[in-house]
Design a protein around this ligand. Structure first.
Ligand code: HEC
Length: 156
């Protein structure tokens, strides 16, 4: 059953490519973000309004609008060289890229760059894939590329 649902969801995602479609549960993702991510990250929009997490949290980069964005590109954040290199290789954050990153950032960087010396400055791992997908669904609400395009259209 699980696979059938997954296939149906991917078909949906394909047919509604312009809608952000994430598999996880937003509410479960919110509590997982609070217990696992907000010690290092927050989500703050262009006006500096903090939408998730605490103000002045700069241990990890701001995760606002992370989907559709090139890894390692939040202005003013000092990333490790490996994540920047992954971004420069043409990778863009989406659900399928972020799941393995969250489960094991170092292995993700090493495999993506085919370099066993690649290093991650994020020393944290999410324990299971379902939780990773929940957190992704939660983060997907904030400033996705699609949401911004919609907002721009409404504004014009
Ligand atoms: C101990 C602090 C810490 C925790 C906890 C943490 N992160 Fe990170 N995160 C970082 C750091 C530092 C970086 C920058 C990594 C680098 O430069 O290699 C990062 C990078 C990232 C990136 C890449 C962002 C970009 O701009 O390309 C994502 C996505 C991310 N973290 C998501 C999460 C999520 C989701 C959680 C919770 C499950 C989490 N992180 C938990 C410190 C943390």
């Amino acid at each position: 059953m699980k696979f059938t649902t997954g296939a149906a969801l991917s078909a949906l995602a394909l047919s509604f490519a312009s809608l952000p479609a994430f598999a996880g549960d937003i509410e479960a993702g919110e509590s997982a973000f609070q217990s696992q991510c907000q010690n290092c990250h927050n989500v703050a929009n262009e006006d500096g309004e903090v939408l998730a997490g605490r103000p002045n949290m700069r241990t990890g980069p701001n995760l606002y609008g992370v989907f559709g964005r090139q890894p390692g590109t939040v202005e003013g954040f000092r990333y490790g060289a490996s994540l920047v290199e992954v971004g420069e290789s043409g990778v863009v954050w989406d659900e399928e890229v972020m799941v393995p990153y969250l489960l094991d950032p170092t292995t993700f960087l090493r495999e993506t760059l085919d370099d066993r010396r690649a290093r991650s400055q994020m020393s944290f791992r999410v324990r299971d894939e379902a939780t990773a997908r929940d957190i992704i669904a939660f983060l997907g609400q904030f400033g996705s590329v699609d949401a911004e395009e919609d907002a721009a259209e409404e504004g014009s």
